[in-house]
Ligand binder design. Structure first.
Ligand SMILES: *Cc1c(COP(=O)(O)O)cnc(C)c1O
Length: 377
């Protein structure tokens, strides 16, 4: 038996407080007991999303909520802008095209951050677009996008702004209402520290107007059903009750620590992670690094081996690159209940793997860089 360190940007380690809840017996979902739990969760989710609007819970991975945000806001033949800077941003375009939506690109190269002025230009050139779809923290590249700036731009037009905050919510400052984001989605296996299986979506009044006009056929992902049942403290279909019980604990833990503290915790770990990558001679990959995962370029001949060796030999899971970035970058996550000691363990093992794979580094460099940051705070 080897202790496992899950330092991937989702799924993340489930803290014991939450894991224990996942072991409790389930109860029926058409009961007052469930309604009480669901109402508790509903209140907590408004805090986590920083919104006054309702947040719906659905049984799906994050992509299910993405599909919901396309199928409920648009009609076949509509035009949208997709501002992507990586694999998950590109997914918006793939889903939309699947529904016969015309996609206009305001995207940038993977590793770069989205340029709000490009979004502004695309909106001016295409005044008939229904929505702008983008990503908060692009997990595939470790890039953060300036959602506040994009929200300011899109809110001045008739288009709505839809943001995938699946990995960034909880770990990095995100304010749905204040930043004028019309629709936000997230999922359970990242900042919420739960097992995968739940997704979340919230819409404001501007987005609901599009729901009323949407002609795409749908049933399970029809958001109107979720709204109707939310009013009585239920979900339209049988929810994964185990995850719902755990979600109540997740939201409680987040409220207890407080979002501002969690944002600062992740910021500190991100800073130490970036310093450790540099100490290992690895160049940071992202133009504007986010605070929940750090990506760095690695020699292509050993890129895949680093991740595999680290997992098999030391029980430490980090992520490699996706798509064209496979073997070219590594991604080290620092969200959820990841702590300072995990960082020291993860980087010391990563350093040993690099040395074993022939990279010339002096022993102890990465840990020293992490210590340097941690001792200063
Ligand atoms: C993880 C992730 C997704 C995909 O979520 P699934 O739960 O795998 O469907 C989408 N977008 C971002 C930004 C993510 O980090």
């Amino acid at each position: 038996m080897m202790k496992r360190y899950l330092l991937t940007p989702g799924p993340v380690t489930i803290p014991p407080e939450i894991a224990l809840k996942e072991a409790l017996p389930i109860f029926h979902h058409r009961t007052n007991e469930f309604a009480m739990v669901y109402k508790n969760i509903a209140k907590g989710l408004k805090y986590v999303f920083q919104t006054e609007n309702e947040v719906y819970v659905l049984a799906a991975s994050g992509t299910g909520a993405m599909e919901m945000a396309v199928a409920n806001l648009l009609s076949t033949g509509d035009k949208i802008i997709v501002a992507s800077c990586g694999n998950f941003g590109d997914r918006w375009a793939e889903i939309a095209r699947g529904y016969g939506i015309e996609v206009i690109s305001a995207s940038v190269r993977w590793g770069k951050t989205i340029k709000p002025v490009e979004v502004e230009r695309a909106l001016k050139e295409n005044p008939d677009v229904k929505a702008v779809y983008t990503t908060f923290t692009e997990t595939s590249t470790g890039v953060a996008n300036d959602i506040k700036a994009i929200g300011g731009i899109v809110s001045k037009t008739n288009a709505v702004l839809v943001v995938d905050a699946i990995s960034g919510l909880v770990g990095q400052e995100f304010r749905t209402d204040e930043w004028k984001v019309d629709a936000v989605i997230s999922a359970s296996q990242k900042g919420f520290m739960l097992a995968p299986g739940l997704a979340f979506i919230t819409l404001n009044g501007k987005a609901w107007k599009l729901v009323d006009a949407s002609k795409i056929p749908k049933f399970y992902f029809d958001i109107k059903k979720y709204k109707k049942f939310y009013a009585v403290g239920e979900t339209p279909f049988t929810p994964p009750l185990t995850l719902i019980t755990a979600l109540q604990e997740s939201v409680r833990l987040i409220e207890e620590r407080g979002l501002k503290n969690i944002w600062n915790d992740c910021k500190l770990l991100a800073k130490a992670t970036r310093a450790a990558m540099k100490a290992l001679g690895l160049e940071l990959f992202s133009e504007v690094p986010c605070e929940i995962v750090t990506s760095a370029s690695v020699p292509v001949d050993i890129g895949v081996k680093i991740v595999k060796t680290l997992r098999e030999k030391y029980g430490v899971s980090i992520a490699g690159g996706q798509g064209d970035l496979k073997g070219r970058i590594i991604r080290f996550a620092h969200l959820g209940c990841t702590g300072k000691a995990d960082l020291l363990a993860g980087f010391t093992c990563l350093e040993m793997v690099l040395i074993e794979l022939g990279v010339k580094i002096k022993k102890g460099k990465a840990a020293a860089a992490v210590e340097e940051i941690l001792l200063r705070t």
